[in-house]
Write a protein that binds this ligand. Sequence first.
Ligand code: FE2
Length: 372
Amino acid sequence: MRRVSTRYLQPGMTVARTIYSSSGKVLLAAGMRITPKYIKRLQDVGVASVYIKDDLFDDLGDIPDVLSEKSRLETTQLVKESFLAMETNQRLNIRAVKEVVDGIIDELLANRDVLFHLADIRSYDDYTFFHSVNVCILSLMTAITLGYNKLKLKELGIGALLHDIGKIRISKEILNKAGELTSKEYKLIRKHPEYGYEILRTYDDVPLLSAHVSLQHHERWDGKGYPRRLAGEQIHEHARIVAVADVYDALLADRPYRPAYSVNQAVTIVSRMSNTYFQSRAVAALVSNIAVFPIGSVVMLSTGQTGIVVDVNSNCPTRPIVKVVFDQYGNKMPKSHEVDLTHLNTVFIAKVLSEEEIVRIFRGSVPEVADL
Ligand SMILES: [Fe+2]
């Protein structure tokens, strides 16, 4: 099994993991053979990548995730309902939000040694909902690493899940515009933190600090953010955490104007934004929870050998366990073997192979480490 970007799917490939829509509907079931019609459908709904079965990299089994698929889908559904309720002038169901957040916190605390893997079901239409759930999970994992107690986790979780609720007051045409925004449109979008705060503070049962997460999630550590240009410790710690999670997750999504970044690219980008956009402490805590090389990634080692990540080490996310399949000359090894990079100080991952490079390996030519 390995991940393949939807752009590189080929008819005849077999789906290894079921793909769901945000409403829990099966878009493509595990075991189905990909046809040109399915490829078009997945591209139309904006699914970025799919796990496919692969003989060379045989079955990896279940990929551990910090949150069960069931909880993820229920939460996505709830965010969707919350946005819909606001659009139709109904009240938010805060009790349901609190229950879901409590459930996520319990699951994350029970899975403390599990790293965050990329969620592989996303579509453009549902982007805000999937994104809100990921921001909530990533923010809570960061906060658990920083030693938050349960009360603070709850405030943070509610704020993170609803951080973009203010967007319901902005026209969909502007929000979903594929082309460049005019300065007027940009100004309007930048109002969503204040709108979110206004909405959330009208609920007595929403903690005020959760509302502040919405208000402050686009502030920057160096004071160049919006709406109030707060800097450093003026920004509430909850909002500093959500700011990192928000940008990190956005980088992983295919957007109309650019393809998704890989996990290690996204980790590098947010790390470089430490001290300007983000507090470095919040970045470090988030990154310590990420499976930098997710299970199923095809990687080249510094030895020139190529293999697939079969497991991760939660105490050392950059050094996973790799099943080596090709030798340094690009020849398939008669017998593959697993290496645990935490035991090999001198070997590291030189690069994650792109889909084009994987196809080249299958044809028997492997890129040189020298041309990375
Ligand atoms: Fe936002």
